[in-house]
Write a protein that binds this ligand. Structure first.
Ligand code: ACO
Length: 322
């Protein structure tokens, strides 16, 4: 049997910090409101000249370095992003050229905040079926570029960043199981109404910014995340007690706490970066994972559950043995 294992992780955050005090000067909000409702104290914003590919490159290089590999040694590259550098070509092909090597499949995946879990599952399947030996999977976003900085309901939540993992074929299991879900009936609860094809036909007045019905998204996330975690565990004949770490999508401390409570997991087993990163969409899970690997919390042999939800709605979970 061929399996895939994570052999390196990397992360990158742009330098500019936007604090809640900065946001108090921009919209009608307070540090206290943001902290109580979201748990976020600060988030990062990419410099005007930085693109999603720049962030992806920095995280990807760190993951490759941790894996002891050069860019030309990978043979699959997937970038999960909602904020690609261009409509086309993909951010992945741009990143491929920068990392060196050519010819191997490179493409973007769009599943908003669940994008990294989708990309990880695809890369795992490539490796398990012999289609690739070594894959670089990146979640990267310049999400602040699609935020309306006059909308207090959304601008407090999001930030920019990138995270990455290197997967390698192995005869011992690393990624045990991934479960992906989507339900398009909810797509207008969290979306950017502007686009390419639909925008050409009608809606000339649509603005390319995130719109969200926060309360509905919140309820839906709490109700569905614990379910998918239980499904993934059941598929592997594991129980919640087998988990060493939960690395969730970093959307909101209250969502993380409610999910952990439903799962009966103590918060000491939950990796949290939302306070300092905000919601970095597809970058949030690999960034949190990288932090916990580098600071020594996640160790070889640990059972780690990654989960995320996002626009679409999309949601998913991956069980990974480190
Ligand atoms: N500062 C002060 N007041 C605010 C702010 C703000 N930044 N934003 C909203 N309010 C006000 C509202 O106007 C409302 O006022 P009203 O009662 O006078 O009408 C009041 O606060 C309560 O608003 P709610 O939206 O009900 O507040 P809620 O407790 O639901 O918190 C929040 C809002 C933080 C957005 C929450 O709903 C949430 O986190 N939802 C999940 C969002 C999420 O995770 N999205 C990302 C998904 S991942 C992806 O794919 C991108």
């Amino acid at each position: 049997m061929i399996y895939s294992r994570i052999i390196g992780t990397g992360g990158y955050l742009p330098d500019q910090v936007i604090t809640n005090a900065d946001l108090e000067r921009m919209v009608d909000t307070t540090d206290q409101w943001i902290l109580e409702r979201t748990g976020i104290r600060e988030r990062r914003r990419a410099a005007p000249e930085q693109t999603t590919c720049d962030l992806a490159e920095a995280a990807g290089r760190r993951a490759l370095e941790a894996a002891g590999l050069k860019g030309r040694q990978i043979d699959l590259l997937i970038v999960a992003t909602t904020t690609p550098d261009h409509i086309f070509p993909s951010t992945a092909t741009k990143l491929q050229e920068r990392l060196g090597g050519a010819g191997y499949p490179s493409f973007d995946i769009q599943a908003v905040c669940t994008g990294f879990i989708y990309a990880l599952d695809i890369a795992d399947r490539y490796i398990r079926t012999g289609g690739a030996n070594t894959a670089l999977v990146v979640g990267a976003e310049t999400f602040t570029r699609i935020i309306d900085w006059t909308d207090r309901g959304t601008c407090i939540l999001f930030g920019d960043g990138a995270g990455a993992v290197v997967l390698e074929a192995s005869d011992t299991p690393g990624i045990l199981h991934s479960r992906l879900r989507a339900d398009g009936r909810y797509r207008k609860l969290l979306w950017v109404p502007a686009g390419v094809s639909e925008d050409q036909r009608e809606a000339k007045d649509q603005r390319p910014f995130v719109e969200m019905r926060g309360h509905e998204v919140f309820k839906w996330a709490v109700n569905n995340l614990s379910k998918i975690v239980d499904e993934a565990l059941a598929e592997c004949d594991l129980t919640r007690a087998d988990l060493d770490w939960l690395v969730p999508h970093q959307a909101n401390t209250r969502i993380l706490a409610a999910t952990a409570r439903k799962l009966g997991l103590p918060m000491s087993k939950v990796v949290m970066t939302v306070e300092r990163h905000g919601n970095t969409s597809a970058a949030s899970v690999p960034l949190a994972l990288d932090e916990a690997v580098r600071d020594g919390r996640i160790r070889s042999g640990d059972m780690v559950l990654l989960e995320a939800f996002g626009g679409g709605f999309t949601w998913g979970a991956s069980l990974v043995r480190f």
